[in-house]
Design a protein around this ligand. Structure first.
Ligand SMILES: *Cc1c(COP(=O)(O)O)cnc(C)c1O
Length: 528
């Protein structure tokens, strides 16, 4: 299978521990059909070309003496070699279109192809934000309708569509909180954040100039309400609470938390990245939330991570609506005309706007996908999305709690993700070892070592789009690796055995990344 000359072993062969009798037979990794692929420069040769070009005619160059004097040094490949190279690389990708992607907190769900089709319509894909408004009425209507859905689903009166991702939405919400407090002459300096918060929460609060203080979690993995109440005071600007939280648990005291914070003169930010677990069932506006971002790219499909950008609209309560950022899309009732409001208005909303998050209106491609998702599911369908996400996660939780420690399993059902710890692993095996073992079973690992409140955390989010058969297959793979971790299986320490690469030096990769290819001498010589 080596593409390299002279029968040299490939990196894959060098790395491979050849299967022996001790190796479990449950592996589903498909090493046999995965070809280790060198860099394109390593397989290319200046002597080869994908096209037959006629010899250059012997006429005087029209380049005025700027003709190339050195070889161009790009790899020469035949057409078939070039196609195979990229196809093989693509087969080394793990993607939602290949299998279940259990990353907790990330909500890696299937993206209906219909969404992609809509986003590629010329009227959405080929427009420019500076185009005259009369020529983009359909796009503006899309933004307006999506905004309307978001307000209705959250029970909140205003929404800023422009933030470009969840963390950007957090910043938008916290800037609105700061503006509101400053407007009443009561600039405060502390934001309270639970221990289990997503890392972006404290980062956002600090970035906006606040001091960040932790609120402890209770034994059930929820915010400790008494500790929170005890800390509230005239210096606390607000809290940032994720609900459902990053342990995959609903915060049942959310309304009591909001009431206490409001009584103490603060405001409530809710991290709504996990809205997919409660959409259609719970309206954050009813829980006293003042600002919440929604990751369109998690709750309402749209590919993300390596697959595409995000979008993080922020909904606001009456108290914060005046401070919402510009611009926003409005509708003129007389003639159903949509237009972009670029300046503060006399209306209740946006009349004291803190400014702008971005130059234009937000992520049009994400808006189109999210609205398509909403319209094709309908309100009842979205409710079922949440119910199925919770059902799948609880199925994972209950199917594995006999082989993996579930620290909050006793405190009732989880929401959209199941949390396990490394308790009981033998022979110094770690969560990392288990995750590497899962790669040999053909799965991308779950989220590891997050949330920080659980030792060796493993956070599994199957999402609602997985069938029972797909979840069962994943559970089977994870069961087998979990049992090996508990039995202290030495082989896990060197897993993965069947992936094209083994354990990379992650520190070196982060500290001294080599991002460019430099021409080895023999290549340069060959070109001469
Ligand atoms: C994903 C996520 C974020 C950040 O969202 P980005 O779009 O990645 O910026 C914040 N909080 C929680 C709980 C998340 O899951």
């Amino acid at each position: 299978m080596s593409m390299l000359a002279e029968g040299r072993p490939t990196k894959q062969e060098e790395n491979l521990i050849m299967p022996d009798n001790n190796l479990p037979t449950t592996h589903t990794g498909n090493r046999a059909l995965i070809v280790d692929e060198p860099l394109i420069f390593e397989i290319g040769s200046p002597a080869r070309s994908g096209v037959d070009l006629p010899d250059a005619p012997d006429v005087e160059s029209r380049l005025g003496g700027l003709d190339r004097s050195e070889p161009i040094s790009v790899p020469g490949l035949s057409e078939a070699e070039a196609v195979r190279h990229y196809t093989r690389l693509s087969r080394q990708n793990y993607a939602i279109d290949v299998g279940l992607f259990p990353l907790g907190s990330c909500t890696m769900k299937h993206n209906p192809r219909l969404n992609e089709k809509m986003a590629r319509l010329k009227g959405f894909a080929d427009i420019h934000p500076l185009q005259p408004m009369e020529t983009v009425q359909g796009a503006l209507k899309t933004i307006y309708e999506l905004a309307d859905w978001l307000k209705k689903l959250t029970g909140m009166p205003a929404v800023a569509m422009s933030p470009k991702a969840g963390a950007h939405g957090e910043l938008c919400g916290i800037l609105a909180i700061r503006s509101a407090l400053e407007a009443r002459g009561d600039a405060r300096e502390v934001i309270l954040v639970p221990e289990s918060a997503h890392g972006t929460n404290p980062a956002t609060a600090a970035f906006a100039g606040y001091k960040v203080e932790d609120i402890p979690a209770n034994d059930a993995g929820r915010v400790d309400l008494d500790a929170l109440k005890a800390r509230l005071g005239p210096d606390v600007a607000g809290v940032m609470i994720t609900n459902p939280n990053t342990c995959g648990l609903f915060e049942p005291d959310m309304k009591a938390i909001s009431d206490a914070v409001h009584d103490a003169g603060g405001l409530v930010y809710c991290d709504g990245a996990n809205f997919n677990a409660i959409v259609g069932r719970v309206r954050p506006g009813d829980l006293g939330v003042d600002a919440m971002h929604i990751n369109l790219h998690k709750t309402f499909s749209t590919p993300h991570g390596g697959g595409g950008p995000g979008s993080g609209p922020v909904v606001f309560s009456e108290a914060l609506a005046p401070y919402a950022p510009l611009p926003f899309v409005e509708k003129r009732e007389e003639d159903n005309h949509f237009y972009i409001v670029e300046e503060e208005t006399a209306e209740d909303h946006h009349n004291s706007s803190f400014g702008r998050m971005v130059a234009f209106h937000g992520q049009m491609g994400m808006f189109t996908r999210a609205l398509t998702y909403m319209l094709s599911h309908g309100a009842d369908g979205l409710k079922q999305v949440a119910e199925d996400a919770v059902l799948n996660a609880n199925y994972v939780l209950r199917s594995l709690e006999d082989v993996l420690d579930a620290p909050f399993g006793k405190s009732g059902p989880c929401m959209h993700e199941a949390l396990f710890s490394d308790d009981g692993f033998a022979n110094d095996l770690t969560t990392l070892d288990l995750a590497k073992g899962l790669i040999d079973e053909g799965y991308h690992p779950m989220t590891m070592y997050f949330p920080l409140v659980v030792h060796g955390a493993m956070l599994v989010e199957p999402t609602e789009t997985e069938s029972k058969a797909a979840v069962d297959q994943f559970i089977g793979a994870l069961r087998s690796v979990a049992k090996r971790a508990k039995a202290g299986d030495e082989l896990l320490k060197s897993a993965p055995h069947f992936a094209p690469r083994r354990r990379l030096d992650e520190t070196l990769a982060a500290r001294k990344p080599i991002l460019t290819w430099s021409e080895p001498e023999e290549f340069a010589e060959a070109a001469e």
